[in-house]
Design a binder for this molecule. Structure first.
Ligand code: NDP
Ligand code: 8X3
Length: 258
């Protein structure tokens, strides 16, 4: 395979979906994974229907990053030519619920910790040795402003994203000697399916999160990922915090009166 290869987790929606489009446009072949096969198929259809992305070869696989066994099987079944992953975008993640920690739903906690922290580590643990062997590669972890500042009722989600920030720094520390770059990208409010998932499918409540201000869109983050991966090899963008102009801090959004 002559084109560089990017593996994107959580490519069935939002930031992951837009990143797949951006990297395909930049000439990457793609390995795209998520749990929903129909939504991965939609991504494949969109990529094929756009002349700017149609040339990209795409390998897609249903994968729940919470399962170490699934992650191992996925990688083992990846054809040899696809295993030379140049860029890993650890994007799969979610928030569930918004409540005081003392009222928290422990199933929500497990899902967030298992996906945002353990899933990210399972995939990284699986892919990094190949990068080390080749002496190059780039891991991009999607953290959050919630991993830089806490906000009211964010507790465990914030905790998972603080963990992503720490793990990103550790990965950079331990992979630099092997020629592998590591970047953390930390967005503020991006309108995707994020809030629909957080509020268990309540679209009206989710929509209110983005009312009265210009939120980020998935393409803003994909654009930053495109920038980060296209720097000269000696340049490592360590950390990007990307916010809507109207969200100066995590817990405060300036909304226009309607
Ligand atoms: P979306 O809900 O639109 O996308 C989340 C993606 O993660 C989906 O493709 C989903 O796919 C995938 N995913 C969730 N759980 C798993 C799992 N167990 N295994 C594999 N894939 C999984 O939200 P965003 O695009 O906004 O979120 C992407 C990342 O960005 C997350 O890590 C989120 O925390 C982070 N983020 C989002 C912000 C926002 O405001 N939207 C701000 C800051 C960070 P499927 O359901 O098909 O498995
Ligand atoms: C999501 C950021 O502030 O919308 O990671 O919870 S926020």
């Amino acid at each position: 395979m002559s084109q560089p290869i990017a593996l994107i987790t959580g490519a069935s929606s939002g930031i992951g979906f837009a990143t797949a489009q951006t990297l395909a446009r930049m000439g990457y072949d793609l390995v795209v994974v998520a749990r929903r096969s129909d939504r991965l198929q939609s991504l494949l259809d969109v990529l094929k229907s756009d002349p700017e992305t149609a040339k990209s070869q795409v390998y897609s696989s249903v994968l729940d990053v919470r399962s170490l066994q699934q992650v191992k099987d996925f990688y083992q079944n990846l054809p040899a030519s696809w295993k030379n992953i140049d860029v890993l975008v650890n994007n799969a993640g979610l928030a569930k619920g918004l409540s005081k920690f003392y009222d928290g739903d422990t199933d929500h906690w497990d899902q967030m910790i298992d996906t945002n922290v353990k899933g990210l580590m399972y995939v990284s643990r699986t892919v990094a040795p190949g990068m080390i062997a080749r002496g190059k590669g780039h891991i991009i972890n999607i953290g959050s402003i919630a991993g830089k500042e806490v906000y009211d009722n964010g507790n465990v989600y914030c905790g998972t994203k603080f963990a992503v920030d720490a793990l990103t720094k550790s990965m950079r520390l331990e992979l630099a000697v092997h020629g592998v770059r590591v970047t953390g990208i930390h967005p503020g409010a991006v309108e995707t399916e994020f809030s629909i998932v957080r509020f268990d499918g309540d679209e009206q409540r989710a929509q209110k999160v983005y009312e009265g201000f210009d939120n980020l869109i998935a393409e803003d983050i994909a654009d930053a990922i495109g920038y980060v991966v296209s720097r000269k090899p000696h340049v490592n963008i360590n950390d990007l915090v990307i916010m809507p102009q109207a969200q100066a801090v995590a817990g405060m959004i300036i909304r226009k009166e309607s």
